[in-house]
Ligand binder design. Structure first.
Ligand code: AMP
Ligand code: MG
Length: 422
């Protein structure tokens, strides 16, 4: 087995340029250091909603469990029908869902059957009631019945012994239902990811206290709290830490001791990065990038002890954008999700003209809407990285790639739909 690459070794690779790191490359770099959390819990079905399967689920039963009817009608033996003519049969009993017909079905006989009812032995077609004429127990079927029609065979959907759900599957309502249909009441899921975060900055005040000169309220704690909670993480908020090396050092240390992941906002931009960099060199292995993106240029990633570390920029919009572009996928992988679903991306007609210089990927906040059968998108207006209202008004990012320049109104653009997390 080859020794895994360390973060600093990887960051020294030939084509690594910390001052111009493309979004996709940074994402791929981070991905090489991620693997699911250790620790599995066995949970009752309902409690496992939103968790990730830590084991393959093998079906203990056939689905459907027995041969049954997909329609209300009559079950019969196909061989008793005439080739190209209608035929009249005698009804000899009824098969309800949960109350099968017991007895034999002889030549020229049929059984009244309801959806989900067991198809009696020997029968191999069900004719729906709309295609039959009943006179008392005498039932006439038109020509054209096909062998096996409206019959659901045992194990047709899932065979006993087959993998019903693979390890790595997020448990959503559909999975709950499927597991219940198999009679499984308890499953092994990964333990929740523990994420510790704090905000850095002397200017930050927590809500509840009045603002002094030059101070602002700490909003990143709230957006991070929201995004992490939406992702099903166990969230530990360490509050605001002043720009003081000793305080930061102990905060980083404490956070890395308790968290699988440590996320900070602020303190990684030019000027502030230097002493945070020194600090983190002492505590762990961290790389600092200037990502070729807007907003969200500065980003740090690495390990502090066993914890993964994401140093997000301080600007409130940048925090959300970098979380969405880098942290989301990483957390999903750490939670055990496999494969990580691609971000929903679609093409839309951009009704706003957008000024953009080539060289960076831009994530403009947009409003996606349907008009005349087409997806259209407009920007939310001012795009400053401190304008949280642009995030609040948005339901998508208009994703403008590195090579793209100005966008004319009417051009087709790629749009990342903000589902769930934001
Ligand atoms: P920094 O990356 O620390 O230089 O911060 C960049 C900008 O984001 C500055 O204007 C900070 O005041 C602002 N900022 C940093 N942290 C927060 C926060 N937690 N809440 C709101 N704004 C912040
Ligand atoms: Mg700061």
């Amino acid at each position: 087995m080859t020794k895994p690459l360390t973060i600093t070794e990887a960051s020294c690779a030939d084509d690594y340029d910390p001052n111009s790191m493309p979004v996709a490359k940074a994402r791929a770099f981070i991905h090489t250091f991620l693997s699911p959390v250790k620790g599995i819990a066995r949970l009752p079905l309902r409690s496992s909603l939103g968790r990730v399967l830590a084991e393959d689920i093998i079906s203990p039963v056939n689905v459907p469990a027995h041969i049954n009817s997909a329609m209300d009608g009559w079950a019969l033996r196909f061989e008793d029908l005439a080739a190209n003519a209608s035929a009249t049969f005698t009804e000899v009993g009824t098969s309800f869902a949960g109350q099968p017909f017991v007895g034999a079905v002889g030549k020229g006989q049929c059984v009244r059957i309801f959806t989900g009812g067991v198809v009696p032995e020997g029968c191999d077609a069900v004719v729906m009631q709309e295609k039959a004429q009943a006179t008392g127990k005498s039932i006439t079927f038109s020509a054209g019945v096909k062998h096996g029609q409206n019959v659901r065979y045992a194990g047709e959907d899932l065979k006993a012994g087959a993998v019903a759900l693979a390890k790595g599957r997020l448990v959503r309502p559909a999975e709950l239902g499927l597991l219940a249909s198999l009679g499984i009441g308890e499953i092994g899921v990964y333990r929740p990811l523990r994420v510790v975060f704090f905000s850095t900055g002397d200017e930050l005040v927590s809500i509840g206290s009045p603002l002094g000169e030059g101070q602002i309220y700490d909003s990143n704690r709230y957006t991070l709290h929201g995004m992490l909670t939406r992702m099903g993480c166990e969230v530990i908020d360490m509050g605001v830490v002043r720009d003081d090396p000793a305080l930061l050092e102990s905060a980083f240390h404490e956070a890395s001791e308790i968290g699988d992941v440590v996320i900070t906002s602020g303190g990684v931009s030019v000027g502030e990065a230097d002493y945070v960099k020194q600090l983190l060199t002492k505590l762990g292995e961290v790389v600092f990038w200037k990502i070729a993106m807007k907003p969200g240029r500065p980003l740090a990633y690495g390990k502090i002890g066993k914890a993964h570390f994401f140093g997000l920029p301080g600007n409130p919009v940048s925090v959300m954008v970098t979380f969405y572009q880098f942290v989301r996928d990483a957390l999903l992988t750490l939670q055990g999700v496999n494969p990580v679903p691609a971000q929903p991306l679609l093409k839309a007609i951009c009704t706003s003209a957008i000024k953009k210089a080539p060289g960076r990927t831009e994530f403009q906040r947009g409003v996606l809407y349907l008009e005349d059968g087409f997806y259209k998108v407009r920007t939310t207006g001012e795009q400053g990285s401190g304008i949280l209202k642009s995030m609040s008004d948005a339901n998508c990012f208009i994703m403008l790639h590195d090579h793209v320049g100005n966008i004319d109104a009417g051009a087709t653009v790629e749009v990342q739909v903000l589902e769930g997390v934001i």
